[in-house]
Design a protein around this ligand. Structure first.
Ligand code: SAH
Ligand code: SF4
Length: 353
């Protein structure tokens, strides 16, 4: 059977990454099913070339090479920060580029940060991706490829959908990709419910998308980039607020939490002298009332040229961030802080693009 396969060459190379085991089995016929399984296992470990599939004979590997490609995207740049962060830039088939990041907590834990759009249409004034503008959605296959490319650098146990783009505006591709990642055990956690708990999707606050997630799953962790609970200010910082106002966003989050009782993360990128006053802490705490939330404070990662109403944005100093955190804690909020990971490779939050 393998001989027959070796002599059957196609013309256009088919991409293998992202196919399910069943699809692979079908495609690779007349290769026996166990071969498909071997290849699938290699793929989910982020293998770099057919040659690295060491339990497959040379002749079959060569035949595979002629008919198939592993990925549709290539790693066009790779940067490493001394804090353990690795950022890769992928060039897609149409020439578009996206970035994915492997974050390290300094101990064992690694987290993959994935992009869902080439650029982003939401235009948040403090985010580099927002300044790039929107080009297109990333396909399910391209989302999966980001996982696999990062997996070839190192195994990771957590996933955050917090790269470029608004994930809830590309939900069907994201769903398909997460099915593959969870179902194919690609992040190396066998228990499905456990893997879902290790996946976080961050949204700028797309109400329809939150309802869709609540009604149809997957029930992963939800993070909302609140930034500020001052509606008028949020409209300026995050134009998405105009069509997704805060009172309705809150209702959507309450609905989500009724459907899946998981703690929601509220992210707040802190901008010097803009959203760090006591009043802002009070408004945030008020917004969170009735929800089970943890606030994730992210001191703004500098991006040159970004402004609010003509004034250049600045990162808060340590004392300003600490005052804000203390004010939240006095209101009984759970707070975590994300400091400066990956800054030297422009791989920190809001620096992609
Ligand atoms: N588009 C999604 C996910 C990607 S942004 C979203 O907006 O939620 C990931 C997080 O980084 C968001 O919480 C966003 O508010 C924050 N962020 C954007 N630019 C930033 C910057 N320059 N410094 C710090 N955080 C930033
Ligand atoms: Fe898009 Fe998120 Fe950046 Fe806003 S913060 S522009 S939603 S990537």
């Amino acid at each position: 059977m393998e001989t027959e396969f070796v002599h059957c060459f196609g013309i256009k190379k088919t991409i293998l990454a992202g196919l399910s085991l069943e699809e692979l089995r079908e495609l690779l016929k007349p290769l026996p099913a166990f071969r498909a399984k071997q290849i699938f296992r290699w793929l989910t470990r982020g293998v770099r070339s057919f040659n690295d599939m060491t339990d497959i004979s040379c002749t079959v590997r060569e035949a595979l090479e002629k008919r198939f490609s592993l990925y549709s995207s290539v790693i066009s740049q790779r940067l490493s920060d001394s804090d353990g962060t690795v950022k890769i830039q992928l060039t897609l088939e149409d020439g578009g580029t996206i970035e994915s990041v492997l974050l390290s907590d300094g101990k064992e834990r690694k987290t993959a940060c994935i992009s869902t759009q080439v650029g982003c249409a939401m235009g948040c004034v403090f985010c580099k991706t927002g300044g790039v503008g929107f080009r297109r959605n990333v396909s399910a296959g391209e989302i999966i490829e980001q996982f696999l490319h990062l997996r070839s650098i190192a195994a990771f146990s957590n996933v955050v959908i917090m790269g470029m783009g608004e994930p809830l505006l590309n939900l069907s591709a994201l769903r398909e990709a997460l099915d593959f990642i969870v179902g194919g055990n690609a992040i190396g956690v066998a228990d499905e419910s456990l893997s879902k708990r290790r996946i976080t999707v961050s949204t700028s606050g797309i109400i329809a998308g939150i309802h869709d997630l609540a009604d149809n799953g997957p029930y992963i962790r939800l993070a909302v980039s609140l930034t500020t609970a001052d509606e008028a200010q949020r409209e300026k910082l995050m134009p998405v607020t105009r069509t997704n106002p805060l009172p309705l966003l809150k209702k959507a989050l309450m609905y989500y939490q009724r459907k899946t009782p998981k703690r929601i993360t509220m992210e707040a990128a802190l901008l010097r002298n803009i959203n760090t006053s006591r009043k802002h802490a009070d408004l945030l705490a008020e917004f969170a009332q009735g929800l089970d939330v943890v606030v994730n404070v992210i001191p703004w990662n500098p991006v040159a040229g970004l402004r609010l109403e003509g004034v250049p944005l600045q990162e808060p100093d340590k004392a300003e961030s600490e005052r804000f955190i203390a004010a939240l804690q006095r209101r009984g909020m759970n707070v975590t802080t994300r400091f400066k990971k990956g800054r030297s490779v422009a791989g920190a939050c809001g620096q992609l693009g």
